[in-house]
Design a protein around this ligand. Structure first.
Ligand code: C2E
Ligand code: MG
Ligand code: MG
Length: 854
């Protein structure tokens, strides 16, 4: 563009200069000719004078110079025209007009002037020589030089005026044209945006345009006529100097770019030798240099930047051809494996593959169709087919006219971020141990399903599956084995459900299954399949482990439509399964909720009683008597009674399990021991020394330092260890945890007798008795219930327990003896002691003292 403009200017200037030169030389020629003419005219006049008015002009001279003669005789005011003069007027040669008629040939502007000139000459002898315009007979406008002189007679009177007439139209036209050209050239040179100077052959300023004045901040009056090297001596010898000299010496144009420190500017300079000297244009390209430099920097930066850059043509956005790629940077080549050559002319579609998100592409296309920028995250493919994630910003690029020409896509590889997000997602949604969903995801799925059910009919079943006795596995095999077992359990659950069912682990050993559109019957079958899946024992490191589960079921919308409520109800149903003996499933019933509510209320009231008024609790005592006719009271079992304000009638069979489940049993056990110790001390003071046995929960036995604290209680009250006994259920003996064993052995070493309560209801394995001997076995009421009435099987069971205890040298206390028949049978079969309504109900200390102890 720059070159074109220069060329144009150069051509215009050359043309203008050559025209100027042509015009000048024509002027010069004509001027020379005019000089000749003048001489000719003078000569003509002389000749006229000499030959009087008869004399003829030389035809050749007249033709050459378009010069004619004329004469006006003042006596008759008739005009004589030479043939050349007649020719100039486009009139026939023989015409001889009157003065008036001759003057009428002059244009209206010039007629008066001519008339005045003539009069002055005729009256006063003033000669004239003027260029004026006539209109010929043919209507041509002709510039003529009219010369006139007075002719005097011998007496000195003016008798005639004679002169010459020359057609000077060419001269005038040439002069006009020359003036016009100079003006145009001047205007051109003034108006161009470049600074322009013309130097003559001695390097002097011939012309300086306004831009040059502005650029150098010098007026042209200052510069014109002065040598450039005198004005700018510092430029002598520098590259400007060298280039100009070369241009002049070689007679050809030079073009160069140079920085000029004095102006602090970059110039592009064109120097053209001309006949006059040297024409020089200066264009300030400082801005452009800066832009070029920036552009180069930008290009380097773009090609080397880490972001992938891809430029395509604007259209077609759609269609098989798609927009063609016109540029890709190095980062693109590095990441995709495609070289620039591979992709230029192709469409970006070559980067797409099977996993590229169609809907995302659609969205991009839609935005592009609207000429809108768009941001997207896309799966792309490298040349070798490796898949990677790109985040791309696509922006439209418009030309100066505002038409969209290209799309620029700036892209970043976000594969790592995506992988990280995926890992995060898995971590956030999956249970790491089993690979099942976690609670949050299942909860969300439940919410969503319930939402859907509001719009379309449908149902869902929610099952909570709790592994029975999993704590024992953990405690006996260790947590690592427990984890492996859980993972295997998860697999069995997974295999028992349908593919569309969602399974989550929601707690240590608790799983949840969400089944869509499951009827009550379907769900029961599903629950049974789950239970069946555990039937085959698990094999863990060579050990066979039998596992069962308790399942609670809710079905929505029948059992509720709130997610929280549904989960709670499934939980309640699951606990019901546990309470009812485990390894079973239970569908939620509203009555269960009532029971739970009652349990919750009791728990809260218990807590309130325990921490506000210990007076709510008191102990009753049931005699343990010798199993013979004497029925001598040899011991008392302390049994707690609760007089809670609202729950006066709640017995220990109900509130003790609640206290155990809530942990309230610990403070309760302490309280009972305290009350019992007080009572023993009171009786001791009164001389009553009967051993009192206190029930201690398994949970307290699992509590560190429990035995030591009990001993402290006793010491505080000065209670002899021989008068204090404890009763524990047999599972405590099965508990191999070190804390329980420590507590047991502390009691044993302190000489406190231990009774095994409810014997026969738990895992009856007497091997544990070898480790820590118990003083008594309390044969559970269920064994006593049917003895002595002739049921041989029942009798045999009770006999076996009695025989076994004897073999182990342990005394047996039969519980719940209500009838004489039972009592007699026990006496006959060698039972040690009995305790039951038959021999004495649990009663207050006062009653007890009155009835038995005095
Ligand atoms: P347990 O230790 O087996 O206590 C004997 C239970 O049998 C007592 O019920 C007692 O009243 C009842 N009983 C005694 N003789 C007969 C009889 O001839 N027929 C019938 N049907 N029942 C008889 P209670 O007092 O309701 O206690 C129930 C259970 O609550 C106790 O069973 C014991 O496990 C627990 N418990 C009671 N008091 C305490 C306590 O202070 N601490 C702890 N940890 N548990 C206690
Ligand atoms: Mg007991
Ligand atoms: Mg008992």
């Amino acid at each position: 563009m720059m070159v074109n403009r220069t060329q144009e200017l150069e051509e215009a200037l050359a043309a203008a200069l050559s025209e100027l030169r042509a015009a000048k030389s024509k002027i010069e020629y004509l001027e020379t000719a005019a000089e000749t003419n003048e001489r000719l005219v003078d000569g003509g006049a002389e000749a006229l004078r000499m030959a009087h008015w008869h004399a003829e002009f030389s035809d050749i001279a007249a033709r050459l110079a378009h010069v004619g003669g004329w004469r006006v005789d003042l006596s008759n005011l008739h005009v004589f025209w030479s043939p050349a003069t007649a020719n100039i007027h486009d009139e026939p040669h023989d015409i001889s007009p009157t003065l008036e008629a001759a003057l009428d040939y002059y244009t209206p502007q010039h007629r008066d002037r001519m008339s005045a000139l003539f009069s002055a000459c005729a009256k006063h002898g003033h000669p004239f020589d003027e260029v004026l315009q006539i209109v010929t007979a043919k209507g041509r406008h002709v510039w003529v030089r009219s010369i006139g002189e007075a002719v005097q007679d011998d007496a000195g009177r003016i008798v005639a005026v004679e002169g010459a007439l020359q057609d000077v139209s060419d001269l005038v036209a040439a002069r006009d044209k020359s003036e016009d050209l100079s003006r145009r050239l001047y205007q051109t040179l003034e108006s161009i945006n470049d600074a322009f100077v013309l130097l003559d052959h001695d390097w002097r300023f011939l012309f300086v345009n306004a831009q040059a004045e502005a650029l150098w901040q010098r007026s042209r009056d200052d510069l014109l006529g002065n040598s450039i090297w005198e004005e700018y001596p510092e430029a002598v010898g520098n590259s400007f100097h060298v280039h100009y000299q070369r241009a002049v010496a070689e007679g050809r144009a030079v073009q160069f770019q140079e920085f000029t420190p004095i102006f602090d500017k970059w110039f592009e300079v064109d120097a053209h030798p001309t006949p006059e000297g040297l024409a020089i244009y200066f264009r300030d390209i400082t801005q452009q240099r800066v832009r070029d430099h920036q552009l180069r920097l930008l290009e380097a930066a773009v090609s080397r930047q880490n972001d992938i850059l891809l430029i395509t043509e604007a259209e077609p956005i759609d269609g098989p051809d798609g927009p063609k790629i016109v540029y890709v940077n190095e980062a693109f080549e590095r990441r995709t494996g495609f070289s620039c050559k591979d992709v230029i002319g192709q469409t970006p579609r070559i980067l797409q593959g099977p996993k590229t998100q169609r809907d995302e592409l659609k969205r991009i296309r839609h935005a592009l169709e609207q000429w809108q920028s768009v941001r997207a995250e896309l799966i792309n493919y490298t040349k070798s087919g490796e898949e990677f994630w790109l985040e791309l910003d696509i922006v439209p690029l418009a030309n100066e006219a505002g038409n969209l020409t290209h799309w620029v896509a700036i892209e970043r590889d976000i594969t790592e971020r995506k992988e990280f997000e995926e890992r995060l997602w898995i971590a956030a949604t999956r249970d790491t141990l089993t690979g099942l969903f976690n609670r949050t995801v299942l909860r969300e799925a439940l919410d969503q399903r319930l939402q859907e059910m509001q719009e379309t009919d449908g149902s869902l079943a929610l099952l909570i599956v709790d592994i029975d006795g999993f704590k024992n596995v953990n405690d006996t095999l260790g947590h690592d084995h427990g984890d492996v077992l859980l993972a295997n359990i998860a697999k069995r659950i997974k295999s028992a459900v349908r593919g569309s069912d969602k399974v989550a682990r929601i707690n240590g050993d608790e799983f949840m299954v969400l089944a869509n559109n499951s009827t009550a019957q379907d769900t029961a079958l599903l629950a049974q399949r789950l239970l069946d899946s555990f039937r085959v024992p698990f094999i863990l490191y060579g050990r066979s482990i039998a596992i069962t589960a308790s399942i609670g079921i809710v079905i929505a919308p029948q059992d509720g439509d709130d997610p929280e409520v549904l989960i709670r109800n499934a939980d309640i149903a699951m606990y019901q399964s546990k309470a009812a003996g485990r390894n079973m499933f239970t569908r939620f019933k509203p009555s269960m909720l009532e029971e739970v509510l009652r349990r919750t209320e009791i728990e809260q009231a218990l807590q309130y009683s325990l921490f506000t008024g210990n007076d709510d609790f008191l102990l009753v005592y049931q005699p343990q008597v010798t199993c013979d006719a004497r029925r001598k009271v040899v011991g008392l079992e302390a049994l707690v009674r609760w007089q809670g304000a609202k729950h006066g009638s709640v017995g220990p069979a109900e509130f003790i399990p609640i206290a155990e489940a809530s942990g309230l049993i610990r403070p309760l056990d302490h309280l009972v021991i305290e009350l019992a110790a007080t009572q023993i001390a009171t009786w001791a003071k009164a001389g009553i020394a009967v051993p009192v046995s206190v029930n201690v929960s398994a949970i307290s036995m699992q509590t560190e330092d429990f035995a030591r604290e009990v001993l402290q209680h006793l010491a505080r009250h000065g209670v002899k260890h021989s008068l204090f006994q404890i009763e524990i259920v047999e599972t405590v003996y099965l508990d191999e945890s070190s804390t329980t064993l420590e507590n047991l052995s502390t009691f044993w070493k302190a000489g406190i007798c231990i009774s095994i309560d409810d014997f026969g209801t738990g895992h009856s394995s007497l091997s544990y008795l070898r480790r820590l001997p118990a003083k008594f076995l309390k044969m559970d009421r269920s064994f006593v219930e049917h003895v002595g009435i002739g049921l041989t099987d029942e009798d045999a069971l009770a006999e076996a327990i009695l025989a076994m205890a004897r073999a182990l040298n342990i005394d047996v206390i039969a519980e719940g003896v209500e009838t004489e028949a039972q009592f007699n049978w026990l006496v006959q079969n060698g039972c040690t002691q009995v305790q039951g309504y038959f021999t004495g109900r649990p009663i207050s200390p006062q009653l007890l003292e009155a009835q038995y102890l005095t």
